[in-house]
Design a protein around this ligand. Structure first.
Ligand code: AMP
Length: 280
């Protein structure tokens, strides 16, 4: 695997691949890699793409300084994992390399970025869009792979790609879960073994909500009960549980006669904030 820390050298290297008409698959990450990340890389490799992974903990998308500081960083292990699965290129720039000047650009995605994560993390999606746009310009991939786990992020990146005419195909890869259902996440590394078990309640709440909705119940009817269920343990705090149109993210109250919905949850286990969702 070739490892690059500078934009210039990476671009020069990839230019040769492009001249040889080798299609490039790109998987942007913030590192602390787990099987979920690896499934995105596998999806790229399965399509026979020359696969580039980036690891960059993007300061612009953290609205909370301690969250940025505490974000897990496991570079040596990540490199080993990527070598083992046969990733072609790792791009692992410093913050100074990506932000050579303080960015002045702000993105807004009306309707998409003021709900759910956007409501609780002001500026988060502007920071995500900024770094993804930068990375797309640097790597110029033919295909880019994102996790369904961050469904709202995927929706916003799709808008970014459409509006800015990025010449690439986007792929959403299903969420990888632990055997018990817990969605894999780099943030799980910050959980004690005890809290990792408690974190399972997010997925359980989603499944319980789904069952109730399939039985004809409305979100308004079931929300109080689900919140009580989830917050039964004092270490759990739910921020939102929202049923929404999968594409517009408009919230809806019932699944009656509606297709293409997503049920999203976010909250804290102790100090650690987690998100999850299921498509309905
Ligand atoms: P992150 O490093 O958390 O920014 O995630 C990098 C990419 O991996 C994003 O597109 C995420 O949606 C995706 N991802 C994170 N967790 C999972 C998971 N459990 N299964 C599949 N993809 C994931």
């Amino acid at each position: 695997m070739d490892i690059f820390r500078e934009i210039k050298t990476l671009k020069a290297f990839l230019r040769k691949k492009k001249l040889a008409q080798i299609p490039i698959g790109f998987v942007p990450t913030m590192g602390a890699l787990h099987a979920g990340h690896l499934s995105l890389l596998a999806a790229s490799q399965k399509q026979g793409l020359f696969t580039v992974c980036s690891i960059f903990v993007n300061p612009a998308q953290f609205n909370n300084a301690s969250d940025l500081l505490n974000y897990p960083r496991t570079e040596n292990r990540d490199v080993e994992l990527l070598e083992k699965i046969g990733c072609d290129v790792l791009f692992i720039p410093s913050a100074e390399e990506i932000y050579q000047q303080k960015p002045g650009l702000n993105f807004s995605f009306p309707g998409l970025d003021n709900v759910m994560e956007g409501a609780f993390r002001p500026g988060h999606f502007s920071g995500v869009a900024l770094v993804v746009a930068k990375l797309f310009h640097i790597v110029e991939p033919d295909h880019a792979f994102f996790g369904q786990k961050d469904w709202q992020q995927f929706t916003i990146i799709r808008q970014l790609v459409d509006d800015l005419n990025f010449n690439l195909t986007l792929h959403a890869v299903p969420t990888m879960r632990e055997e018990n259902g817990l969605a894999m996440s780099s943030r799980n590394e910050r959980l004690s073994p005890e809290n990792k078990i408690k974190a399972l309640v997010f997925f359980q709440t989603l499944k319980l909500a789904e069952a109730e909705l399939l039985n004809g119940k409305t979100m308004v009817e079931i929300l109080p009960k689900l919140k009580t269920f989830a917050e039964n343990d004092q270490d759990i705090k739910i921020e939102y549980l929202t049923l929404a149109n999968r594409y517009t993210l408009e919230s809806v109250n019932t699944i009656k006669e509606k297709n293409h919905l997503v049920l999203c949850i976010a909250g804290f286990v102790g100090e650690v904030r987690l998100i999850d969702n299921i498509l309905i």
